[in-house]
Ligand binder design. Structure first.
Ligand code: ZN
Length: 184
C-alpha cells in the first residue's frame, strides 16, 4: 500500500515499530482503516508467525507511540510473544478505552475467527480480572522457577489464544495454560 505523505511524515520515513526504513509500506490495522508505516520484516511477522521474538524488543520504545494504530499493533504483537518481557511491557502499556476495544477486536484473520471463549479446566468461562488456582506444578520456562500447585493467581488477563491467560506469579507476568488451572 502506498504511504500517504501525512502518514510518512508522522512516521519520520521509517517503520513505526522498529525504525527500519527497509521496504516500508502502509498497513491498515484491521478491522479499522487507520494505518501504520511498517517495514517488510515487521509486516511479515504481524500477518504471519513470529519467528524472531527478540527483534520485537524495539517495542520497548515504539509501543509508547502517541498514535493509537501503533499502540494497537504493539499490544497485539506483544500478546503473541510468550516471553516474560513481552507480557510485562504489554501490561504496562496504557490503552484508552477505545484503543483497547480496537486492539481486542478481531482482525478478521483465520486464527481469530469465531472468538472462542477462554475456559478453565472445568469448562468455566474466565474473564479479565478473575482469580484462578493452579491445579498442577508448572515449570516456568525462562523465569527459572516452578509455579506450585495451589498457587492463587489474582487479576488474570485473557490472551489472544483462548488456551492461555496472563497472570502474575512470583512477581513475574507469565502465560498459563488454562487446562492447568481452575477459577478460584
Ligand atoms: Zn519494522
Amino acid at each position: 500500500m502506498t504511504i500517504h505523505p501525512n502518514l510518512l511524515e508522522r512516521a519520520g520515513g521509517a517503520c513505526e515499530l522498529c525504525r527500519s526504513a527497509e521496504g516500508i509500506a502502509a498497513m491498515a490495522v484491521a478491522p479499522r482503516s487507520d494505518e501504520i508505516v511498517a517495514c517488510e520484516a515487521c509486516r511479515r511477522e504481524i500477518v504471519g508467525d513470529i519467528e524472531e521474538a527478540h527483534r520485537w524488543h524495539c517495542l520497548n520504545e515504539t509501543a509508547w507511540s502517541e498514535h493509537p494504530a501503533v499502540q494497537v499493533v504493539s499490544w497485539r504483537v506483544l500478546g503473541r510473544i510468550e516471553e516474560p518481557w513481552a507480557a510485562e511491557l504489554r501490561e504496562q502499556l496504557y490503552l484508552d478505552e477505545d484503543t483497547s476495544a480496537w486492539a481486542k477486536e478481531s482482525a478478521g484473520g483465520a486464527s481469530s475467527a469465531g472468538a472462542q471463549k477462554t475456559v478453565d479446566s472445568n469448562g468455566t468461562e474466565l474473564q479479565d480480572g478473575d482469580s484462578v488456582t493452579l491445579i498442577k506444578d508448572l515449570d516456568v520456562k525462562g523465569a527459572g522457577f516452578t509455579a506450585k500447585r495451589g498457587t492463587l493467581v489474582k487479576g488474570i488477563r485473557l490472551a489472544d489464544d483462548p488456551e492461555l491467560i496472563e497472570g502474575r506469579v512470583q512477581k513475574t507476568v507469565i502465560y498459563l495454560r488454562t487446562e492447568f488451572l481452575k477459577k478460584a
